[in-house]
Design a protein around this ligand. Structure first.
Ligand code: BES
Ligand code: MN
Ligand code: ZN
Length: 489
């Protein structure tokens, strides 16, 4: 699909289908729209009446235009209240239009939506919405329909030529799709070994530095927490470290650390049936987003050095498995009583965070499908954010707003660390059920000394059960767009 922003307006455009955005309560046709309606023999007015179309956000109406018309179909999409329009309204409206156009077997599509902020940003977010909504993962289907009619050309009307904004959007989308495909692939396809191979491919395709620490290397560094989790797996752990280095002196040094559990069975605290064990291939959602961000950032080439890290392994059961109650020692010397082997993500992250801090970056973020408690608190559309640094939290809030990926800041309530106190070791890995996503964040904090840090719990947002906005049911690639915006900011 080729996307182009053009000077042409809705009045002059010709092609298969023209999509027009309408604000809620503004369906009286005036100005350009009245002229278009006239040109189309009153089709728009009829469509509004037939569908009782009010412009409600997300509403869609489609009809065939008379056969003499230079446009075959008209698609109306509701934009909601005109005073609350944001860039994300454009992104999700473009996604709605893309799905409708596909259903209607449209080949050439014109989109007329009001510009929000600057024309280049408008073109960027619409391009993101179009590609993300149409992305379909057919890797595991033997009868994928390659012959199905495809949307071939899209014109974003009245924005002027915007080649670099569209290129930037397509680069970001390539990162989101890599993340989605890594997360969607089952645990017999994406393993610690294949994740390391993916990192190797990114390194050679885009000129990144790659360091892989094997089990012995991790042993030498004293990564007892990470290796404790890896013990029961028949697959070797792979500690993956990709680096993007700009030419010249970097303006900033940053690190992104992703939880990389290619499967989480729970370990000997085995996940019972009904707990969603069959979805735990997604437990490398943090690593998926980390590598997705690496793919986009390596192509966008900002003047910032960025480290991409994941301590990849599986949480399995076997005679080698760590026992509930085992005491592990992390690479900063702290000891952990494992009172629940299913709180494994924080154990792998503990050593990954200690490793990352030694790189002396200016700021670091970890992303993890860390707790069911975060899903209960914030649902599937909002990620949890904890931070030791208000300025950094603000940077993330701005980046996430622009990305249309919602984050909600949660408290790092020190008092709750009492729930992690152990009579025998420095801490337990699991606190009480109440406030479970907060004690998880407090646990991670024990492995960082001074580097400004943000923790994102993406357990709810990495996977979605129903189509929503730019996401189709399945892996979302959350929060690749936010990470890219943060690094570029
Ligand atoms: N990977 C899970 C968290 C999770 C839950 C991710 C739902 C995606 C969807 C994590 O390793 C886990 O098992 N967490 C436990 C922690 C508990 C034992 C303290 C949980 O949330 O139940
Ligand atoms: Mn677990
Ligand atoms: Zn897990």
């Amino acid at each position: 699909m080729q996307i182009q922003a053009v000077e042409t307006t809705q009045l002059d455009w010709t092609g298969d289908a023209l999509a027009v955005g309408l604000f809620e309560g503004e369906t009286d046709l005036v100005g350009d729209l009245a002229a278009l309606n006239e040109k189309l023999d009153g089709t728009i007015a009829e469509l509004i009446e037939d569908y009782e179309f009010t412009g409600k956000s997300g509403a869609v109406a489609v009809t065939r235009v008379g056969s003499k018309s230079p446009i075959r179909k008209i698609i109306l999409v509701g934009l909601g209240d005109s005073t609350t329009i944001t860039l994300d309204t454009l992104r999700t409206s473009a996604a709605t239009i893309a799905r409708t156009a596909k259903q209607e077997k449209v080949k050439t599509l014109g989109i007329s939506l009001p510009a929000v902020e600057k024309a280049d940003l408008s073109a960027q977010v619409m391009t993101e919405g179009l590609h993300l909504a149409l992305h379909q993962d057919t890797r595991f289907k033997s009868d994928a329909d390659e012959q199905a009619a495809k949307l071939e050309t899209v014109h974003l009307l009245a924005l002027g030529d915007q080649p670099s904004a569209i290129q930037k959007a397509e680069t970001i989308v390539s990162g989101v799709i890599l993340a989605r495909e890594l997360v969607s692939a089952p645990a017999n396809e994406v393993t610690p070994i294949t994740l390391a191979e993916t990192a190797q491919k990114l390194a050679s395709d885009y000129g990144l530095d790659l360091e892989i620490l094997e089990q012995e290397d991790c042993e030498k560094l004293g990564m007892g927490a990470y290796l404790g989790v890896a013990k029961a797996s028949d697959l070797p752990p792979k500690f993956i470290h990709l680096t993007y280095k700009p030419q010249g002196t970097p303006r900033r040094k940053l690190a992104i650390v992703g939880k990389g559990l290619t499967f989480d069975s729970g370990g000997l605290n085995l996940k019972p049936s009904g707990s969603g064990i069959e979805t735990m291939k997604m437990d490398m959602g943090g690593a998926g987003a980390t590598f997705g961000a690496a793919k986009a950032i390596a192509q966008l080439k900002p003047d910032v050095e960025v480290h991409f890290i994941s301590a990849a392994t599986e949480n399995m059961i076997s005679g080698h498995a760590m026992h509930p109650g085992d005491i592990l020692k992390a690479s900063n010397g702290k000891t952990i009583e494992v009172n629940n082997t299913d709180a494994e993500g924080r154990l792998t992250l503990a050593d990954a965070l200690v490793f990352t801090e030694k790189l002396e970056v200016d700021a670091m973020v970890d992303l993890a499908t860390l707790t069911g408690a975060c899903v209960v608190a914030l649902g599937e559309e909002i990620g949890g954010m904890w931070s030791s640094d208000d300025g950094l939290a603000q940077e993330f809030q701005t980046a996430s707003n622009l990305a249309g990926e919602k984050l909600w800041q949660m408290p790092l309530e020190e008092k709750y660390f009492e729930g992690l106190k152990s009579p025998i070791a420095d801490m337990k890995n699991t606190g009480p059920r109440a406030g479970g996503s907060i004690t998880a964040a407090l646990f991670l904090k024990q492995f960082i000394e001074k580097t400004p840090w943000v923790h994102l719990d993406i357990a709810g947002t990495a996977w979605i059960d129903k189509d929503s906005g730019v996401n189709s049911a399945g892996a979302t690639g959350f929060p690749v767009r936010t990470l890219v915006n943060w690094v570029l900011s």
